[in-house]
Every structure is written in structure tokens, then in C-alpha cells.
Design a binder for this molecule. Structure first.
Ligand SMILES: Cc1cc2nc3c(=O)[nH]c(=O)nc-3n(C[C@H](O)[C@H](O)[C@H](O)COP(=O)(O)OP(=O)(O)OC[C@H]3O[C@@H](n4cnc5c(N)ncnc54)[C@H](O)[C@@H]3O)c2cc1C
Length: 385
């Protein structure tokens, strides 16, 4: 029977959805039933993860507790992952931990919002880099990476280790510099560090001046930069595109991410790379009752880089449009910024700041980043009831 109650289902608790929840905490329409399907009772803030690796933050410093936020929003939490979506039937299949009982296997919705981030698709990875899914330390899911990182520190305390970061984008560079800072601490055995660029330049998306600054930081740390690709991973060594092998105890995989495989076959219109295609309202181009933000989607009208900054900026527009769609009101277009401030932390309380062609670096840039990141966390961290 239709009681006039509409079901809003939020998939994932990413950067934009924590904002949607905070808006619901301010105003929750009486005729809206809200469910959040997400695997953890916290949201890891990736921007602070390199700081956790470097030892500047604890793991909980980087986590937004979700229970108080979901409670304040008057929503219900279902602990699990979306593993399938049928947009025609408006049904989501739920994957849970094998020991978990009592969780519904299917959730239905009237209105759906997706902010599940990007993933490393293990099947695709296995084709591109055999052995990596089994033997490399993958940056995503970030929660699994954070759980395993202390084991690497413990190993490096006992013996010298060789660390290779595979992928020389912003995340790979920040992580490697953070790893150096942590493992080059006084009293630690001397370890070796390599950055594998995949064949391209280090920080290829940055202007040449920023690339030079990054290279200087890597040189200071004694990092070996190899313009080579990793094509296979075995315990203790990496196979490189050039045919060489590289001895490696800790391969860290920070390559670009993929669209979640469960979007395939959902019936939703997807981009060429398999991401959920949305219009200027962050609304699916094929299904008007579906919205999305963050790395899981691509703007059809105005594609932009996938980064946390863009996901954060989409939050307010997503919330406004979800409310408007629920009330049958006109939607408001979201204008992502042309360029964003980039603050690349170098592990040592030092960061490189860039905005378009302008760039500079120093301890001030790190303190700036620290202030921005802590302010983001504080905005969405509510006291437990
Ligand atoms: C080490 C590192 C450092 C980074 N630093 C920066 C930075 O400084 N600045 C920046 O702009 N970008 C940075 N990025 C990129 C940034 O992490 C991503 O662009 C950002 O996280 C995307 O946000 P999102 O909201 O799309 O998804 P996410 O932040 O990934 O959130 C996804 C949410 O969905 C949940 N989820 C995942 N799968 C499912 C599923 N199947 N079903 C239900 N829930 C699911 C997750 O648990 C999580 O709650 C960094 C990335 C890394 C790896």
C-alpha cells in the first residue's frame, strides 16, 4: 500500500553523502524514509591518509564516525555493499560479510543517490598486472590499506625493507613521501624506496614547475624513480615492462582507479570508462530518479578530474537536488570549479601548493592543508549520543 512515504537510498558515505546527511539532520521531510548502505560505521577521509602513514595522525583522526551523523539525519544504516543494481526495477543487491546475519539482501528505492567512490577492479587488475591483486598492498579500499600499514611499519622496525610505489600520480607521490618519512625515522634500519611511474612523468597531471618541485622532494629522500611500468607482481619481486625485475618486499599499488563493476548491467547510462553518467544536476542521464557524485560518476556535459575536492564541492548541490526531486521542484545545476587548489603533502610537515600555473611550497602550505582537512572532519563529526 502506498502511504505517500518515499524511499531515498544513499549508496556509500563518501564526501558528498556526509553533506547530504548533515542537511537531513537540519531538515528531514516527514514523508522521506532514508537508508544508507555503506560497509563501515565510519568514513575514511583519504586526504588525511598520507598524514596517517607519515605518523602525523592516528587512524581515528582520519575517520568521520557515521553513527551519530546517520542518527541525527533520521536515517537507517544498513552495513553492507552494493553488489548489483537493477535501475529498471529500482532494486539494489546487498553484499555483506559472511558472518553477518539479518541484513536485507535487496533494498528498493524511489530515489537513489550514489557516492561509493572508485575502486580497483581486481579482475581487470589481474589481466593488466598478474599477481598484484594477491601480493600488492592496494591503496583502495583505503580502510584495508590503513589496517595493513602498521604491519609494514612493524616489519621495517625489525629489518631493512625495499618499498616500491606503483603509480606516480598525486596519491602515489604523497604516499611514498609519507612512507619515507615514517620509515626513515631515527633508529629504523635503512630501507630502500622506488617510485614506478608506468613510463610517464612523475605527477604527469601537474604543470612542469610542480613536477620539478616533486622530483626535488623525492631526490632529498633518496627515492629511485624508474620510468617503467610494473607488469607483474610475485612475492619479493616485481616484473617491469622493460623486462627487468625489481626486488621488492612491499609493493604499494597506487595506480588509477576503475568504475565499480556492479554498474555494468545496471541499465544506467555509463561513460566510456564505465562510470555513471550524470548531467548538470548530478542526475543520471538515463534514469531521473538516480543521482550521483564523486569518483563513481562522470559529468556528461563537463567532465572534470576525479578527486576528493570535486566530490566535496558536489555535496551541497546533490543535497539540494535530492530534496527538490523528492518534492517535485525544479533542479539546480551544479557548476564544478574550473580549477582547484592542490596541496600535495611531502610527509615532513611540508607541502607543495598549486593553483593552475601558480605554485609554491613550504611548511605554511602543510599547515594550510592540515587546517582545511581538520575543518572538513570537524564539520561532519558529531558527538556520540
Ligand atoms: C592516498 C590518497 C590520498 C588522496 N588525497 C587527496 C587529496 O588530498 N585531495 C583530493 O582532492 N583527493 C585526494 N584523493 C582522491 C580522493 O580520495 C577521491 O577522489 C575521493 O575519495 C572520492 O570521493 P568519493 O566521495 O567519490 O568516494 P570515497 O571517499 O571513496 O567514499 C566512498 C564511500 O562509499 C563506500 N562504498 C564503497 N563501495 C561501496 C559499495 N559497493 N556499496 C556501498 N558503499 C560503498 C565507502 O566505504 C565510502 O564510504 C586521494 C586518494 C588517495 C588514495
Amino acid at each position: 500500500m502506498d502511504h505517500g512515504i518515499k524511499k531515498l537510498l544513499l549508496l556509500g558515505a563518501g564526501h558528498a553523502h556526509v553533506h547530504v546527511l548533515s542537511r537531513l539532520a537540519q531538515h528531514h521531510p516527514a514523508d522521506l524514509d532514508v537508508t544508507v548502505l555503506t560497509p563501515y560505521d565510519f568514513q575514511t577521509y583519504s586526504g588525511m591518509t598520507p598524514g596517517f602513514v607519515a605518523g602525523h595522525y592516528t587512524e581515528t583522526d582520519c575517520q568521520i564516525p557515521l553513527a551519530p551523523l546517520i542518527r541525527a539525519a533520521g536515517a537507517r544504516w544498513v552495513a553492507g555493499r552494493c553488489i548489483g543494481l537493477d535501475a529498471q526495477a529500482r532494486k539494489v543487491r546487498v553484499g555483506t560479510h559472511p558472518n553477518q546475519t539479518g541484513t536485507p539482501s535487496v533494498l528498493t528505492y524511489d530515489l537513489l543517490s550514489v557516492d561509493t567512490g572508485a575502486v580497483i577492479d581486481r579482475e581487470r587488475l589481474e589481466e593488466e598486472m598478474p599477481g598484484a591483486a594477491q601480493h600488492a598492498l592496494m591503496v583502495r579500499p583505503i580502510e584495508a590499506f590503513a589496517r595493513l600499514w602498521p604491519d609494514v611499519v612493524a616489519l621495517a622496525r625489525r629489518q631493512s625493507v625495499s618499498v616500491a610505489v606503483i603509480g606516480a600520480g598525486a596519491a602515489g607521490i604523497e604516499l611514498l613521501l609519507a612512507i619515507c618519512h615514517r620509515l626513515q625515522a631515527k633508529g629504523m634500519p635503512v630501507s630502500r624506496f622506488t617510485l614506478l611511474t608506468g613510463g610517464g612523468a612523475v605527477g604527469a597531471n601537474y604543470p612542469p614547475g610542480v613536477q620539478r618541485r616533486i622530483l626535488r622532494q623525492l631526490r632529498k629522500r633518496g627515492v629511485t624513480v624508474l620510468n617503467d611500468a610494473c607488469v607483474g607482481v610475485e612475492p619479493g619481486r616485481l616484473h617491469l615492462g622493460s623486462g627487468a625485475t625489481l626486488a621488492c618486499d612491499v609493493p604499494v599499488l597506487a595506480i588509477g582507479t576503475h568504475a565499480p563493476p556492479w554498474l555494468r548491467g545496471s541499465g544506467l547510462e555509463l561513460s566510456g570508462s564505465g562510470h555513471l553518467l550524470v548531467n548538470a544536476f548530478q542526475q543520471s542521464t538515463s534514469h531521473p530518479e538516480v543521482f550521483a557524485a564523486g569518483d563513481v560518476c562522470t559529468r556528461a556535459d563537463r567532465p572534470h578530474p576525479k578527486s576528493g575536492v570535486y566530490a566535496v564541492r558536489a555535496g551541497p548541490a546533490l543535497a539540494t537536488n535530492l530534496f527538490a526531486a523528492h518534492e517535485g521542484q525544479a533542479l539546480t545545476p551544479h557548476h564544478p570549479p574550473e580549477r582547484t587548489l592542490n596541496l600535495l603533502s611531502c610527509g615532513t610537515g611540508h607541502a607543495i601548493a598549486s593553483w593552475g600555473p601558480l605554485h609554491a611550497e613550504g611548511g605554511w602550505a602543510w599547515r594550510w592543508k592540515d587546517r582545511i582537512d581538520r575543518a572538513f572532519m570537524a564539520r561532519y563529526t558529531l558527538a556520540p549520543a
